[in-house]
Ligand binder design. Sequence first.
Ligand SMILES: [Zn+2]
Length: 360
Amino acid sequence: MKGQTFQRWIFYLALAIALWSTAACHWKAFRQDACTSIKIVDRPIIFDSTRARLTIEYMKSHYGMDVDRPTIQPKMIVVHWTAIPDLERSFAAFDPVFLPSSRSKIRHAGALNVSAHYLIDRDGTIYRLLPDTIMARHVIGLNHAAIGIENVGDASHPLTEDQLRANACLIRQLVQKYPIEYLLGHHEYTRFIGHPLWKELDTSYLTYKVDPGDAFMEALRSKLHDLTFQPLPTPASLPKPTIDETQSTPPSQNAGLAKIVWHSDSVHFGTVQHGEVRHHTYRFTNVGTAPLKIEMVSACDCAEIDYPKHLIAPGESGAIRLTFYSARRKPGHVRVEIDVIANTEPFLHTLILEADVLPQ
Ligand SMILES: [Zn+2]
């Protein structure tokens, strides 16, 4: 009898340990998947007036887009690996403005160097190389609508669990900011040939890609199963091309130039209680000779932005209103760069928001 009671105790103890470790394991997985710790490190590649010019030229010669700014309206996210298993060398491949002569296979298609908007290291650290709404050269035919995420790795250095989680969290953040319709791996890009988003004019310009592979995309899509993306096109599902696919955007009608002078381009809220909501207005005047059009403003998910959508006449003033939600940031020092894109030269302006968020 005594032996039976002892065995029963051992059984209950083992059961309790098993349940506890299962729960702990699930909790850990839940915490890791919850994107609570997503941090994006700004590490911009060179984007000077030469790269801007080469990008505009690329948009014209490959897509027939007659634009005066190298901006995109993101509709898709393309995931890559860098084919270089090291962060610094991967960054160094994207940083220069001109494509190196070693890339002879794609050099005939333009001198603009390849790049992407994000680069994710093997430990899951996310680096932002370019604003989301600037065009990067990373996927033939689709650059004009595609945000590129590069991952440090190659076929013999498969992408890591940390990279998988970071991709999922970053994509969750991007779909909240932009009307993203498609998520694809670079190796899937040729499925868009003939799709209305496919704009490549040079039919001979195609490369065979294997990155990042079906296994990674399957794992990524299963992590994002609650998001609704369009299914990737199949040749049978493609609509017939229409004439305006290759029609260019009308060029700017203003002979003069708009010019922004900021009354103040940064704000420091000082100490802010976690959960507090703060407001700020960045004021500016158009001191140029043509009407000013603010085309796009992008910040973080911790801020909401309201900006004038109408043309601002020369001499007139305007305001960009910001609402900062400190609850959406971890306590500590917060510094956010807000990208403003306008029909000015240069087209990109950066506003700063800073705050010291107190612990709860
Ligand atoms: Zn790629």
